[in-house]
Design a protein. Structure first.
Length: 182
């Protein structure tokens, strides 16, 4: 399947390590240069802002999907190609999944992990078969990768994650993995 649109899940905060924001901006630029449509949470702060603004500055198409309740919290981005407002956070996630061909997960907090695990669960249940690419900036997801391997080793997964999840240490490696999966 050719990947034309990617949903990026990431923090609405920049995190403690400045490399997170640098990699988010680099990834946004690479997504735009690859001609991929970027779908993300619609916010204008943290890693969300870094990835969206870099894509926009490099001629990319960026769609934000934001629930009404988070317009102020995540500071709605007003310069996007398209902004879709949903009634609930569940509608937001569902629409973000429907609009993409693959997902990219950057460092983030509980919401980012919720989005990641919902996509993994839907893969496991065969609701969809979309690839998930994790940007493991500064080894942010090393413990998660080990835990996923443990879930499989302890026989709690129905499908092997290696068929659906790719961990990459740099934005360039992540984009190479996306290109290789097409």
């Amino acid at each position: 399947m050719q990947i034309k649109a990617v949903t990026v899940f990431c923090g609405s905060k920049p995190g403690a390590n400045p490399q997170y924001e640098k990699d988010a901006a680099r990834l946004g630029k690479l997504i735009a240069e690859a001609g991929l449509k970027l779908i993300y949470g619609g916010g204008n702060k943290g890693l969300m802002s870094a990835v969206a603004n870099a894509a926009l500055q490099n001629g990319g198409s960026v769609t934000g999907v934001m629930p009404q309740m988070l317009i102020e919290w995540e500071q709605q981005h007003t310069g996007l190609t398209e902004l879709i407002i949903t009634d609930t956070i569940h509608q937001r996630k569902k629409l973000m999944y429907e609009l993409c061909d693959a997902a990219i997960v950057l460092p983030g907090g509980y919401g980012t992990l919720d989005e990641l695990f919902e996509m993994l669960t839907w893969n496991n249940l065969r609701i969809h078969n979309k690839r998930i690419f994790l940007l493991n900036t500064s080894s942010y997801y090393k413990h998660l990768e080990a835990h996923i391997q443990n879930i499989e080793a302890e026989n709690f997964a129905y499908r092997k994650s290696k068929n659906h999840i790719v961990f990459s240490d740099t934005p360039e490696a992540l984009m190479n993995s996306i290109n290789d999966s097409c």
